[in-house]
Design a protein around this ligand. Structure first.
Ligand code: MG
Ligand code: MG
Length: 626
């Protein structure tokens, strides 16, 4: 499998694009005509720069409104094509993309179009060039790859072939299995893009909302399985027009693009075992069994506040690290590590972000395999010197430069707590009933949201839930969760459109993206709330208006509603079950601790309650300011 990307997909100037694309591992680039209209070098310079970066120019595009024109427009468009052939010779590419005509002057007629392509094929062949024909979803008479293929077939010229583009086929909901009947040698290139499922005009959707395979909602995998079934093994080329990417970091967009292609082809290889697909072998997506720990980086002062908050929440000090200033707190299956050591990444993270949860540990089926897969998908691995008696725990970089550690049930990683920590002498506290971590919330910059969704869904066996817009009094927060099938791993990714939201405040106050939210699970939130109150826990006060609203909305039994009102508990319900939430006041940084109880098969995260609790959090934070 050779990988290509259209230069329009990436932000930056031409040199920056090339550097980012080459570094991410691509073999080729598609050149968009506009790319070098803005560039002040010649097509020959563009070609040389690409080759110097080790990249082949896979395609020159687009050539528009070619087929079906009456004379004298027809003669003129052939002249125009000849001039583009000159440019291609200078660039050093042999393939031109012609997209289906949107011209009002085009006459239509499948044989007229075929005759035009036959002649174009003759002219291209004389120069050793080829032409691929692509059906635009909004083409005037040709908007379906089946019609484009029929024209290519009737053109009957070796220099004329088909261009398939997943967006155009999937946007129109065309049956992808029709691709399986197309001979592979007639497919000159395959372009890939995904997009979110938002109903809108095809042209506008395509020009502004395309994203990397796996980042959107289109069935790109089904499309690619059909393409693979033909035996096509040529370039797969990302052609992504996206307003956010245009302003993003060239490096991370190139890395995401490459990751999306490798992940897609790995999925296709697993789904179509009978088809030979050249993608580097790698372990399957890691199954996350649970969140083994969350590690805070802290210093003296913030550390003391964190320790006392953990004590109120019923955590016991379970151990001290044998060689570092690191303490383990435990309750149920929840492990919270507080790292106040003066060296290493934790210290660096504390100095940058203040007291914050900079690392998470995921319990996976096979930690070594998870690391290998992450590496194959271009994740940055992390190692720091290990002291005597310490384990080298596999880790990769995650959100905000933090870490994701992998532990598993295989020795010695399964014994990490016993090996690295001296058990505490003190008798454990009785606890308040926290059993495990229900979910984590990570807050990221708006232009990173898709990157992290792809990261989690490509490396781990997780699926993403539909995007939810959470209304914060200060603006919108976009929230999308990724979950393992059994709920052992749930993580909400949130991004804020501005700094006035709670998510935006967190990014400002903690100097970047990171883990903003931990939700602990309990089997009985009313019992837990009672024990917390006894331990001096101060819950986030919720407005009485909220309770009046949910009583009406859900027709709640007054007895239930009185109980939740008295305890500042929030309530939600879906088809599967019920959800109860209890919040602590947010930290000044915007960091949030919450305890939840799921009853039945409730699937959500209490999003309808978010505006109320955010308003309450902001009221408290506001009143605390000097
Ligand atoms: Mg295309
Ligand atoms: Mg939550």
């Amino acid at each position: 499998m050779r990988r290509s990307i259209a230069t329009v997909s990436i932000s930056g100037d031409f040199a920056e694009k090339l550097e980012a694309i080459a570094a991410a591992g691509f073999d080729g680039i598609e050149i968009f005509e506009n790319d070098f209209l803005a560039f002040d070098g010649s097509p020959r310079d563009v070609g040389r720069m690409a080759r110097d970066a080790g990249l082949e120019i896979t395609l020159f595009q687009p050539f528009r409104d070619f087929e079906g024109l009456p004379e004298p427009l027809r003669a003129r468009t052939f002249d125009r094509a000849e001039r583009k052939f000159d440019v291609m010779a200078e660039l050093g590419t042999d393939l031109m993309l012609v997209c289906s005509s949107v011209s009002q002057a085009a006459l239509g007629g499948i044989d007229r179009a075929a005759a035009d392509f036959h002649e174009l094929g003759e002219r291209a062949a004389r120069r050793g060039l080829r032409v691929g024909y692509e059906a635009l979803a909004w083409g005037r008479t040709v908007s379906d790859h089946r019609d484009a293929w029929e024209i290519v077939r009737r053109a009957d010229h070796p220099a004329i072939g088909l261009v398939l583009d997943s967006f155009h086929t999937l946007a129109r909901g065309i049956d992808v299995d029709t691709i399986r009947a197309i001979p592979a040698d007639r497919i000159f290139i395959v372009q890939l893009a995904d997009a979110p499922a938002v109903p809108m005009d095809f042209l506008y959707w395509s020009r502004h909302f395309r994203n990397m395979p796996g980042e959107g909602d289109l069935p790109v995998e089904a499309f690619m399985r059909a393409v693979a079934a033909t035996g096509y093994d040529g370039y797969l080329s990302l052609e992504i027009f996206n307003d956010v990417f245009r302003g993003g970091s060239p490096k991370s967009i190139a890395v995401d693009g490459h990751r999306s292609l490798v992940h897609l082809m790995d999925k296709v290889r697993r789904a179509e075992p009978g088809i030979r697909i050249s993608v580097p072998p790698m372990p399957a997506r890691a199954t996350v069994q649970g969140i083994e720990f969350v590690e805070f980086a802290s210093g003296d002062e913030g550390g003391a506040a964190l320790r006392s908050e953990l004590a109120v929440l019923g955590f016991s000090e379970a151990g001290r690290h044998r060689s570092k200033d690191v303490t383990l707190f435990r309750q149920g299956e929840v492990n919270i590590v507080v790292n106040s050591d003066r060296a290493g990444l934790a210290r660096a993270s504390f100095l940058t972000h203040g007291t914050s949860a900079y690392a998470i540990g995921l319990r996976v089926d096979d930690a070594a395999a998870a690391l290998e897969r992450a590496r194959a998908l271009g994740a940055e691995t992390f190692e720091q010197p290990v002291g005597p008696g310490e384990l080298l725990i596999p880790a990769i970089r995650g959100v905000g430069g933090g870490l994701v550690y992998f532990v598993d049930g295989v020795s010695p990683l399964s014994k990490v707590w016993e090996i690295e920590f001296t058990p505490s002498d003190a008798a454990p506290r009785p606890g308040v009933g926290l059993t495990r971590i229900d979910h984590l919330g990570q807050t990221v910059e708006q232009d990173e949201l898709l990157s992290w969704l792809l990261y989690y869904t490509a490396i781990f066996r997780t699926e993403k839930t539909p995007q939810v817009d959470v209304v914060d009094p200060g603006g919108l927060i976009r929230s999308q969760a990724i979950e393992s099938a059994d709920g052992g791993f749930r993580l909400a990714l949130n991004s804020a459109e501005n700094r006035r939201t709670m998510a935006g405040r967190f990014i400002t106050e903690s100097f970047g993206s990171g883990l903003q939210h931990i939700a602990f699970a309990t089997d009985d939130l009313f019992a837990t709330a009672g024990k917390l109150a006894g331990a001096g826990f101060r819950s986030l006060p919720i407005s009485p208006n909220y309770y009046d609203d949910i009583e009406a909305r859900f027709g709640l039994d007054p007895a239930v509603s009185d109980r939740i009102r008295a305890a500042n508990i929030l309530y939600d319900r879906d088809e599967g079950g019920e959800f109860f939430q209890l919040y602590a006041p947010a930290w000044a940084s915007g960091f949030i601790l919450e305890v939840v109880e799921r009853r039945g098969r409730y699937r959500g995260y209490g999003a309808p309650n978010a505006p109320f609790r955010i308003a309450a959090q902001k009221r408290l934070l506001g009143s605390r300011r000097p």
